[in-house]
Design a protein around this ligand. Structure first.
Ligand code: IDP
Ligand code: MG
Length: 153
C-alpha cells in the first residue's frame, strides 16, 4: 500500500448530524486534501455500536456511550491520504472538547465529552477493523483524486 493510501474511519456522531455539522466536517477533510472513499447516513444498531466500542466495555460510560451513539443517525466515512489516521485525530481535537484547541472540530463545536461530535480511528490497525465493521468492500471506492497531483509532490 502506498503511504498516501492510508485510510481512517471517521464518523459524525448523532449530535454532529443534528447540529448540522456534516457539511462543515466534510469541508475540513476535503480542504485538507484527503480523499473521500466511502460515506453514508445510518441509524446504527446497538450491536454494531457495542462492537465498535468493545475496547471500552468495562468503562463506566460504556452503556451511556452506546445510548448516545444510537440516539440518532450517524455519518460514517472513510478518508484516505498520507498519515490520515494521525492527522485526522489532530483535526478532531482531544476526546474532551474542553481540552481541545480552537481550530479543531471538537474545540470549535463542542463543550462536553459526552457530546463530542465526531469519532476518528486512533491507529491504522483500529482503522482497518472499524472500516470492515461499518462498510462492505463494495462500498469502498477505489479511485485517484485528480487533486492528488497538487496535494502531494
Ligand atoms: P476518542 O473518541 O477520542 O478516541 P475514547 O477514549 O476512545 O475517545 O472514548 C470513546 C468515546 O467515549 C469518546 O469519544 C466519548 O464520546 C466517550 N467518552 C470518553 N471518555 C468519556 C468519559 O469520561 N465520560 C463519558 N464519555 C466518555
Ligand atoms: Mg477512541
Amino acid at each position: 500500500m502506498a503511504a498516501n493510501q492510508e485510510r481512517t474511519f471517521i464518523a459524525v456522531k448523532p449530535d454532529g448530524v443534528q447540529r448540522g455539522l456534516v457539511g462543515e466536517i466534510l469541508k475540513r477533510f476535503e480542504q485538507k486534501g484527503f480523499s473521500l472513499v466511502a460515506m453514508k447516513l445510518k441509524q446504527a444498531p446497538k450491536d454494531l455500536l457495542k462492537q465498535h466500542y468493545i475496547d471500552h466495555k468495562d468503562r463506566p460510560f460504556y452503556n451511556g456511550l452506546v445510548e448516545y451513539m444510537s440516539s440518532g443517525p450517524v455519518v460514517p466515512m472513510v478518508w484516505e491520504g498520507l498519515n490520515v489516521v494521525k492527522t485526522g485525530r489532530v483535526m478532531l481535537g482531544e476526546t474532551n472538547p474542553a481540552d481541545s484547541k480552537p481550530g479543531t472540530i471538537r474545540g470549535d463545536f463542542g463543550i462536553q465529552v459526552r457530546r463530542n461530535i465526531i469519532h476518528g480511528s486512533d491507529s491504522v490497525e483500529s482503522a482497518k477493523k472499524e472500516i470492515a465493521l461499518w462498510f462492505t468492500p463494495e462500498e469502498l471506492c477505489d479511485y485517484k483524486s485528480c487533486a492528488n497531483d497538487w496535494v502531494y509532490e
